[in-house]
Structures are given as C-alpha cells and as structure tokens.
Ligand binder design. Structure first.
Ligand code: FAD
Length: 240
C-alpha cells in the first residue's frame, strides 16, 4: 500500500520523530511505499490566505472555501497545496505524527489541514463523512503528550483522549471520508526513563504490524440523515 506520513515536530531528534522513523522503517521493510511530508523541514506555510489562489472566483471578496473550489476547478491552486494534495490522493493510509499542543495539533499541522484539504477536491456539497472524497483511505493519528494516561482518560481530569481529539478525528479526518483508526498516544513522554520510552516505541511497532486488524472508529454515515441533515431515526429537539 501507499502510505503518506505527515510529520509535525520541530526537533528531528525528538521522540515523536523516533515514532515517525520507526513507521518509515517498518512499513518500508514490509514492502509498502512510504512518502513523508516533514512539515517543519519543508518550512510548510500554514497560513491560509489569498496568496493560495492563482485566480479569483470573486475578486471583490475573498471567501476562502469558495476560492478553494474555484481554483481547484481552474487548476490554479498554489503549487505547494497541489503537491500535498497529490500525495493525499495517491495514499491508501495517511499517518499524522505530532506532539499534542493545547489539546490539539501544532499550528503547522492545523495549517496543513486548512490549506490541503481543499473544498471541491476532498469534500463539498453532500460529499462528506462516508461520502467524502477520501473514502476508502485510512487516517491514523500518532501522537505524544506530556500528560499521563489516567489524566487523559474517561473520568480523568482532562477527559478521554478520543473526545479531546474529536475536532481532528471526526471534524477533519472522518469529515473528508477517511476511515479513522484509533489514535496511538505516547503519554508523559518527556518525563519517562529511556527504557519506558523504548517500551512505548516497541508498543507502537506492534500496533503498526497489526494495523490491518484494527477496526476504525465509528463515525456518522450520511444515510442516517435526511436532506437537511436531520437524523432519520428520531425527532430533533429545538436548540436550548
Ligand atoms: P521530546 O522531549 O523530544 O523527547 C523526550 C525524550 O525522548 C528526549 O530526551 C529524547 O532525547 C528522547 N528520545 C528521542 N528518541 C528516543 C528513542 N528512540 N527512544 C527513547 N528516547 C528517545 N501535553 C499535554 O499532555 N497536553 C497538552 O495540551 C499539551 N500542550 C502543549 C502545548 C505546547 C505549545 C507544547 C510545547 C507542549 C505541550 N504539551 C502538552 C507537551 C507535549 O505534548 C510533549 O512535550 C511532547 O508530546 C513530548 O514529545 P516529544 O517528541 O516532543 O518529546
């Protein structure tokens, strides 16, 4: 299979980079084709702006999503966006490796989502969730954090990691059609002994080896909703 790794860590010797390097080594050894977008090394521009468009659907007023659509159709998106889109479209599996920043992804990766997941190419109209253009591909978050596992669990002080990451897992990956694998999280990374970190790396490699047997997370399917996106199986309550 073809694998795209989108890596977002500023330090090449970081533990997060070690996870990325293990993924490259093991997937390549298993015969897969691996392409890496190392966002800091590429000096990826995360800022969505009018400079992303070589032409304008509306020269008077810049609506970013509408200009994405117009420029995608005209073939006038910025070259760095087109290059990343080509990698996304070619991939069967997209792995995102990053440290948790403020319960979310680093800004450089958020900016990759904003600019590369182009309206009109990967979603648009009723093409989202299981109807999104990336349906049939898988997405996987591989992250590190400072917090301990029990702090980022249901009932813990911060709550469950899958809920914390919902804007990315559901609002971004699933929304574009990806089947979303349960995240792999390395907890408390800066504070562990080298031996404990080595164990986490080994756990990660075991997860990688067993990737094909992992069930994706449950996400919405459009067939459960009517044309106005109201659920078919129950009455909608008015918002309080
Ligand atoms: P590093 O600090 O780079 O690595 C830790 C150690 O591992 C280093 O000593 C390194 O030499 C060593 N190492 C490297 N390779 C290996 C290897 N192969 N085997 C063993 N050891 C190795 N945390 C939270 O929990 N929640 C948050 O919301 C949050 N927000 C943050 C916001 C910001 C802006 C920042 C800067 C941090 C935040 N953090 C948060 C903490 C952050 O998530 C962690 O510091 C980070 O994930 C740790 O991973 P790392 O790859 O950066 O580790």
């Amino acid at each position: 299979m073809k694998v795209l790794i989108v890596h977002a860590h500023p330090e090449p010797q970081s533990f997060t980079a070690a996870l990325k390097d293990a993924a490259i080594a093991d997937l390549t050894a298993a015969g897969h084709e691996v392409v890496v977008s190392d966002l800091y090394a590429m000096q990826w521009n995360p800022v969505a702006s009018a400079a992303d468009f070589g032409s304008r659907g509306n020269p008077e007023y810049m609506n970013y999503a509408l200009e994405q659509r117009a420029n995608a159709e005209a073939g006038t998106l910025a070259a760095d966006i087109e290059a990343e889109l080509a990698k996304v479209m070619a991939a069967d599996l997209i792995i995102f490796t990053f440290p948790l920043y403020w319960f979310s992804v680093p800004a450089i990766l958020k900016g990759w989502f904003d600019r590369v997941l182009v309206s009109g190419r990967v979603y648009g109209g009723r093409r989202f969730y299981d109807q999104g253009s990336l349906a049939g591909k898988r997405g996987w978050l591989v992250l590190t954090c400072g917090g301990r596992d029990y702090m980022l669990s249901e009932g813990g002080i911060h709550g469950d990691m899958t809920q914390i990451l919902k804007p990315v897992l559901q609002g971004t990956l699933a929304y574009t059609g990806l089947s979303v694998l349960p995240p792999f999280t390395g907890y408390h990374i800066p504070y562990l002994s080298p031996e404990k970190r080595a164990e986490i790396l080994a756990d990660f490699r075991a997860r990688l080896a067993a990737l094909d047997s992992v069930e994706p997370l449950t996400m919405p399917v459009l067939a459960s909703y009517d044309r106005e996106m109201k659920p078919l199986d129950r009455e909608m309550k008015p918002l309080a």
